[in-house]
Design a protein around this ligand. Structure first.
Ligand code: ADP
Ligand code: MG
Ligand code: ZN
Length: 475
């Protein structure tokens, strides 16, 4: 009876070497306040200079999402007082952002795609950190002035699933582009969720609340679910106007509820005005050329995997979801493995084992070329699937030569007709009764003969060959 409307604001910390307006390093795991200078401490007289690398990285996102990249954009001051911001304002881009009007396509569970509009992506400086300890509060300004790209979506999402799909796509895109490490736990990819509801069929949007700073996909889904229920109940109880108003809420991870934090400020509260210390950010041809240098992106990869490698759409999506798994897959192909078998051996066999052993694809003890080599041995009939699984178990523990393992574990597959026929004939001779029954129409017994032959060969017979030869003998 209600429709959910969601718009997202994502803060991505750009992985530049230096801060947005000064030459301090962006590594903030350093000694407190050591990565600071007169500019990021906002001492009088210090002037900001825009970081070209940050601008190029913002532009690169713009080109990747079909957006307009403005060749001239402006910086504004957003005033607010808080100890982690020594200037008492944040430098951001309100009126004319460097990137405007883009789009991202998400894949829905029913197999269709949906376009989510991107309002803008603007550059802004991050604040420092307040650390509260007992009776004291400390301020660490190492992070102050670090470049953020705030990516604002249109209110185009209609469910928590869509919001999570959008976030995952954006997360993977910035990682493919290598403009941010997008580590959610460390806060380099954080998300504000705007949620409202409206009765189905109503044109106007309902009142939105903004839930600040959620740092996991799971929490985004839970926060939306809670908010939708709270707002729907208020509507049904006739208290929507009293209980749902523009405000900023926080998600309480332990209780799974959102809580009011403060009333929503209006733009006027921030006394935005153009920063008089900064000239317009004008991009050069050289910056444009640099920004347009980008890797193959997930959408293009998925398309290519389907068309050229004949993968199923679902499989292509799973592999391309992170650049690490796509690159792993492509390395496997380079060592001669077939695409179809690689999908299964990567997604099921390897990932299953990595998960269990507490690894992930970036620190896998089995390299992509090694797994590719193993898969190519199945492809060409040297070993069968069962043997390959045994070898993979060993490789998880220790990096060894695959040919030597095949030899020492006795896994070389017998594809030679003569050797297999010998086994088949003895099985058939010892099971005369079953052969009669089979010939009389009991088709199911075929599996029994295959099983017996495989067993007698200790799993080394090529199953395809066994099937062929058995059919031949029994016809
Ligand atoms: P602010 O900076 O005050 O949060 P913005 O206009 O920059 O406001 O951001 C608004 C965000 O809220 C955008 O992502 C937008 O898509 C979303 N939004 C706007 N109206 C609604 C609504 N009625 N319901 C849900 N989301 C909304
Ligand atoms: Mg906001
Ligand atoms: Zn500095």
């Amino acid at each position: 009876m209600f429709e959910t409307v969601i718009g997202l604001e994502v803060h991505v910390q750009l992985n530049t070497k230096t801060k947005l307006f000064c030459s301090c390093p962006t590594s903030f795991a350093e000694y407190q306040n050591s990565n600071t200078c007169p500019t990021c401490l906002a001492l009088p007289g210090a002037l900001p200079v825009v970081n070209k690398e940050a601008a190029i990285k913002a532009m690169r996102l713009g080109y990747a999402i079909n957006a307009t990249v403005n060749h001239s954009s402006n910086f504004d001051r957003k005033s607010y007082f808080y100890p982690d911001s020594p200037s008492a304002y944040q430098i951001t881009q309100l009126h004319k952002a460097i990137v405007q009007k883009g789009e991202i396509f998400i894949d829905l569970k029913d197999g269709t795609q949906k376009r989510i509009g991107m309002t803008q992506a603007h550059l802004e400086a991050d604040a420092g950190k307040n650390i509260h300890e007992g009776n004291y509060s400390k301020v660490d300004l190492n992070r102050a002035g670090t470049p953020l790209l705030e990516i604002v979506s249109e209110p185009d999402m209609r469910s928590a699933d869509e919001a999570v799909a959008y976030l995952k796509k954006l997360h993977s895109t910035v990682r493919y582009l290598d403009i941010s490490d997008a580590n959610m736990q460390e806060g380099s990819f954080r998300c504000d969720v705007n949620v409202s509801i409206r009765p189905k069929g109503q044109k106007e949007f309902g009142t939105r609340v903004e839930i600040k700073n959620i740092n996991s996909f799971k929490f985004v889904a839970s926060a939306i679910a809670y908010e939708v229920q709270r707002q729907s109940e208020a509507y049904e109880d006739g208290v929507y106007d009293q209980e749902v108003f523009q405000e900023t809420r926080l998600f309480d991870v332990d209780k799974g509820v959102t809580k009011s934090m403060r009333g929503k400020e209006e733009a006027a509260d921030y006394r935005y005005f153009p920063d008089p210390d900064l000239r317009p950010l004008v991009v050069t041809d050289e910056m444009i050329a640099e920004a347009k240098k980008m890797p193959e992106l997930p959408d293009a990869k998925v398309k290519r995997y389907i068309e050229e490698l004949k993968l199923k759409r679902y499989d292509a999506l799973v592999i391309c979801q992170t650049k690490e798994s796509a690159y792993f897959f492509e390395e496997m192909l380079k060592s001669g493995a077939s695409a179809k078998a690689s999908v299964n051996w990567l997604n099921t066999e390897l990932l299953g084992r990595l998960n269990k052993a507490g690894y992930n694809i970036t620190n896998s003890p089995v390299s992509a070329s090694k797994l590719g080599e193993l898969v190519s041995k199945i492809d060409d009939g040297t070993i069968n699937g069962k043997g390959a699984k045994d070898i993979l178990d060993v490789l998880m523990e220790e990096d060894k030569d695959i040919d030597e393992l095949i030899e020492s574990m006795g896994l070389a597959q017998v594809s030679d007709d003569g050797a297999i026929l010998e086994i088949i004939d003895s099985i058939l001779a010892n099971n005369q009764d079953k052969v009669e029954q089979y010939k009389a129409g009991k088709d199911k017994l075929f599996g029994f003969f295959v099983g017996q032959t495989m067993k007698a060969s200790k799993g080394s017979a090529n199953p395809q060959k066994v099937n062929e030869l058995l059919r031949d003998r029994l016809s």
